[in-house]
Design a binder for this molecule. Structure first.
Ligand code: GDP
Ligand code: ZN
Length: 387
């Protein structure tokens, strides 16, 4: 072996070798330093969120995504046999699924190829094909292409995308106007995640009964106008007085629906107001504690008869931390429709609307023609992509 070869061999060995504890600590320290030296990122930004665990989770989730995405394993092809029955998944547990078919609900075992990648390949709402075995049991052998999906990184394996619900039509993003205080940035993030998955968003501004006086109400309405202007139905609701509940019910009738939002904003209360008598506890299992593969991570699909049609409600614990899969710095602005109208005025066709000269978006934000909070959200998410 000549000297060059020997060098290469040693280098590879070094790269392969497990890093020692001290080495890892040093690497972490250096990368933290690098982050802190970038403007608009690092610990300052984190501190602002630290009063709110949900929001922090949310940001961390997004950041992990940018690293993990590249390593996602390739899709595994579904093997034969051919399906003989079809239905929709209403519950998933490890290696098994509950499927609603024309002749009622059946339990099916997942075909090995599907079981291997089940966190990303199978979710409540998926339309599936089953093959009947001689003994009368079923094997789930095929998953139809999804119309939409909501996903997030696996809590214990951030490089694995876990799909929480498939084929959802409408996501109700619930935010409280007060208690907890309105977090517009969080709404913006949910909006992106939801729209990215191909799901139609509705914003519910809940606890309207607790808003202090007509002036405050007006201020909040103006603040949320930006969503209605962008084509997102925005409803002021109160689970306590019933305000907005009829309108919400109309929006949901006949659709497959999911409710998302921070804890405490009133998701359960609103659901109960929309569909009294709904037993929300059914199938509600704890998840996301990351305590290993055998924890049940089921979500369920309830059918709720509402005026105007049967609504299917996907109840997914832990749906709050979405994965912004597929959104990158170049496409982020597409999720801010109000920017798109302005971008023709930017000097550069590929303007990212940050420091570029003659950027129409930045100008509009500083003059107030564009909601500054939305522009701020945009900048923050953009910065998180660099980490
Ligand atoms: P979730 O964690 O989002 O499901 O929130 P919950 O439905 O559990 O509600 C959290 C708390 O807010 C509970 O104490 C509810 O009674 C209260 N709450 C929910 N919606 C409203 C509302 O519209 N008005 C008022 N005054 N309280 C509400
Ligand atoms: Zn621009």
């Amino acid at each position: 072996m000549d000297r060059k070869q020997e060098q290469v061999r040693r280098y590879l060995e070094g790269a392969k070798r497990e890093k020692t504890w001290t080495e890892r600590k040093e690497l972490a320290r250096r990368s933290k330093q690098r982050r802190a030296s970038r403007p608009g990122t690092g610990s300052g930004r984190r501190r602002e969120w630290s009063d709110e665990d949900d929001a922090e989770d949310f940001e961390r989730t997004e950041r992990r995504r940018t690293r993990g995405d590249r390593q996602r394993p390739p899709e595994v092809e579904t093997p034969p046999p051919k399906p003989t029955h079809f239905g929709q998944v209403v519950g998933v547990t490890s290696g098994r699924a509950r499927v609603r078919t024309e002749r009622g609900d059946v339990e099916a075992v997942l075909a090995p190829a599907i079981a291997k990648t089940q966190r990303s390949s199978l979710a409540v709402g998926d339309e599936v094909g089953l093959a009947a075995r001689v003994d009368g049991s079923f094997v789930l052998v095929e998953v139809a292409e999804r119309r939409s999906s909501l996903s997030r990184p696996d809590p214990s394996r951030p490089d694995v995308e876990r799909v929480l619900a498939a084929n959802v039509d409408v996501a109700v993003i619930v935010a409280a106007l007060v208690q907890p205080a309105l977090r517009q940035r969080l709404i913006d993030r949910y909006l992106i995640a939801v729209q990215r998955g191909g799901v139609r968003p509705i914003v519910c501004a809940n606890k309207a009964d607790l808003v202090d006086g007509p002036e405050e109400r007006e201020r909040l309405e103006r603040l949320l106008d930006v969503y209605a202007a962008g084509g997102v139905p925005t409803i002021f609701t109160s689970a306590a007085t019933g305000e907005g509940v009829d309108r919400l019910r109309e929006e949901l009738a006949g659709r497959t629906v999911v409710f998302v939002g921070q804890s405490g904003v009133g998701k359960s209360s609103l659901l109960n107001a929309v569909a009294p008598g709904l037993d929300l506890v059914v199938g509600h299992v704890r998840e996301g504690d990351g305590k290993g593969r055998h924890t049940t991570t089921a979500s369920t699909l309830h059918e709720v008869p509402l005026v105007g049609g049967q609504t299917r409600l996907v109840d997914t614990p832990g749906i709050r931390g979405f994965l912004l899969a597929g959104v990158d710095a170049g496409s982020l602005a597409e999720y801010f429709p109000e920017f798109e109208e302005l971008r023709g005025g930017c000097r550069f066709a590929d303007c990212r609307h940050v420091h570029e000269p003659d950027c129409a978006v930045r100008l509009a934000a500083s003059s107030g023609a564009l909601a500054p909070a939305r522009y701020e959200t945009y900048l923050r998410i953009l910065a998180s992509f660099d980490e």
